[in-house]
Write a protein that binds this ligand. Structure first.
Ligand code: SAM
Length: 283
């Protein structure tokens, strides 16, 4: 079952989020974001190339791929451009906040599940940074199945799982999330659809939700995320990184997941207002 609003808030209330003060917001809104959005894209790309930005290189190789997530999650950039983009960029801070929210919520859902070990299915999981954190935090036994198209993400994920003491508890399945039905050896108790919907068209979300609903037992919770334009740099991401994200609010996402049989959504926001994390239920 998904948690009540009060329970969800109590789960996340003590998370140490990254925030921006009023002065920094003013400088970003008046100077940094307009410059990023409106300076010539060729100039910005050149600057990022000569300063050897890891975040830019990851996006150019695979726009919005798992590697750019990892660069943002790690948050310890060496290059000067990444100190601005990853260290202080609203999007990267919001991503790290989302990871904190998602992993905390998954940890509590694992503890709430009646099955032991609780089985978490992660679609478009990348290397599994969120679920690996959650499994380490949860005070109950869990296993996870990660489905992703990228074999490279799994090489990184296997190392990460092993470093965190999760050998044998994380199964990496390379494949298309829409074919998840044929990829599982046990139904999931919890499902996660995070960091993927913003790269899909409405019809594709419907397909993924349908495939997911077909493998989930009634009552099982699903965790997903919305994306707002509060980061203020969509034009920069499109022109400079080639990253075309679909911005959808909580209600829009709920509407896309509902026809497959997901309902009773609760949500909470990270403090920069870029992401909401939703918890719904398979009816
Ligand atoms: C932006 S990354 C997010 C990774 C992870 N969920 C996170 O939030 O850190 C999106 C991931 O979705 C995967 N992906 C996109 N479409 C997919 C599909 N149809 N089937 C499986 N994986 C897919 C990509 O390979 C990529 O690893």
């Amino acid at each position: 079952m998904p948690p009540s609003d009060e329970k969800l808030q109590s789960w996340v209330q003590d998370i140490a989020f990254e925030r921006t003060g009023p002065l920094r917001r003013l400088v970003k809104g008046a100077v940094v974001n307009p410059a990023a959005n409106w300076l010539p894209a060729a100039l910005l790309r050149w600057l990022l190339r000569v300063t050897k930005s890891e975040l830019a290189a990851a996006n150019w190789a695979d726009p919005g791929g798992w590697r750019s997530m990892v660069v943002s999650y790690e948050g310890r950039p060496r290059q000067i451009a990444d100190k601005v983009l990853v260290g202080g960029g609203t999007m990267a801070m919001a991503l790290r906040n989302r990871k904190r929210l998602v992993s905390r919520i998954l940890a509590r859902l694992i503890e709430d599940a009646s099955a032991r070990p609780a089985h978490v299915l992660c679609l478009g999981a990348g290397p599994g940074c969120n679920i690996i954190e959650a499994m380490c935090e949860a005070r109950a036994d869990s296993i996870a199945t990660l489905v992703d198209l990228s074999g490279e993400a799994f090489e990184y994920g296997r190392r990460l799982a092993s470093e965190r003491g999760l050998d044998g508890r994380v199964r990496f399945v390379q494949g298309d999330v829409r074919a998840v039905r044929g990829l599982l050896d046990r139904p999931p108790d919890i499902a996660k659809l995070v960091g993927i919907c913003e790269y899909l068209a409405d019809a594709q979300i419907g397909e993924v939700a349908g495939a997911l609903a077909a493998v989930m037992p009634p009552g099982a919770p699903v965790v997903a995320n919305s994306l707002s334009r509060a980061h203020g740099t969509d034009r920069f991401f499109r022109r400079v990184f080639g990253l075309h994200m679909a911005h959808r609010g909580v209600a829009e996402l709920e509407k896309l997941l509902a026809p497959a049989g997901f309902a009773q959504f609760r949500s909470c926001a990270e403090p920069l207002g870029v992401y909401h994390v939703l918890v719904g239920r398979r009816q």
